[in-house]
Design a protein around this ligand. Structure first.
Ligand SMILES: C[S@@+](CC[C@H](N)C(=O)[O-])C[C@H]1O[C@@H](n2cnc3c(N)ncnc32)[C@H](O)[C@@H]1O
Length: 261
């Protein structure tokens, strides 16, 4: 088995330290809860009626793996952080899920027969993101779905976050303390179009996409105003791996909202 690259090991230590609190965030932070709800809504819209075999890459503590298992999918869940996997396995509802500890690049799952791959908030931490997507494409069956969430490079929220992080770095942490810690490890951000173009070149077609991550936890009528390309922190979309005879021609030019493919 190949050794993990030192850069992976560095961010793994960061996620190991996050593992004990990761799951609680979905219960206690309305922004995490909202992201979960929007992704579950996407599942309702795009997943086939007959569940198949799914791979959750960078599964964290397995919240989305369990959601898929609950819907009848056979799930393999993989994470480079051993602590994340330990917490995922400690959850009472993990029984039907197969877990792999390690990077997707060095501990690939058996076979290339997945009907669905999730890569939720993981691509931005990977050194060679194009190689990762190529790898996922190989693991998917033709007609299979890849669901990805990434930081929205065009969102004002990300721009402001970047400024805060810049001030924090220049002031050596004297200003803004540990705010945006994860940005130390984040290697990429994407516009919705950049992500779709990368995937188009690898033989995918976008099915649905939406922006999420308003960065605020206000009343529910307020959130959709900020869940737009110009502001939102995150973009999430489902892509279909095309078979050899299928056309890639339908490529929406910007982030379609869920329910408006
Ligand atoms: C921001 S967390 C997202 C966790 C989960 N997908 C979620 O949405 O709650 C990113 C996860 O990706 C994992 N990760 C980062 N690089 C990885 C790699 N090369 N292979 C597998 N997992 C990786 C980290 O250990 C971490 O648990």
């Amino acid at each position: 088995m190949k050794k993990d690259n030192p850069k992976v090991v560095e961010h793994v230590a960061f996620f190991d330290a996050e593992a004990a609190h990761w799951e609680d965030r979905y219960a206690s932070d309305p922004r995490f809860a909202r992201r979960f709800a929007r992704i579950a809504e996407l599942f309702n819209l795009v997943l086939p009626a007959a569940p198949g075999r799914a791979l959750d890459v960078g599964c964290g503590t397995g919240i989305f793996s369990r959601e898929l298992a609950r819907r009848g999918w056979r799930v393999t869940a993989l994470d480079a952080s051993p602590e994340m996997i330990e917490h995922a396995q400690a959850h009472p509802d993990h029984d039907s899920i197969e877990f792999i500890k390690g990077s997707y690049a060095t501990h690939p799952p058996d076979g290339n027969c997945f009907d669905l791959i999730l890569a939720l908030s993981v691509l931005e931490y990977v050194e060679d993101d194009e190689a990762a997507l190529r790898h996922f494409a190989k693991l998917l069956k033709p007609g299979g779905l890849l669901i990805v969430s990434v930081p929205n490079r065009k969102g004002l929220l990300r721009v402001l976050e970047g400024l805060v992080f810049g001030v924090r770095t220049v002031s050596r942490g004297r200003l803004f303390g540990s705010r945006g810690d994860y940005l130390v490890h984040q290697k990429h951000q994407y516009s919705s179009l950049e992500l779709s173009l990368m995937l188009r070149q690898l033989g995918f077609r976008k099915v649905r996409g939406f922006f999420v991550g308003a960065g605020i936890s206000g009343p529910s009528w307020l959130l959709p105003l900020f869940e737009r390309r110009w502001w939102a922190g995150m973009y999430c979309a489902a892509y279909k791996k095309l078979g050899s005879g299928e056309s890639r021609s339908h490529l929406p030019t910007s982030g379609d909202r869920v329910g408006r493919a």
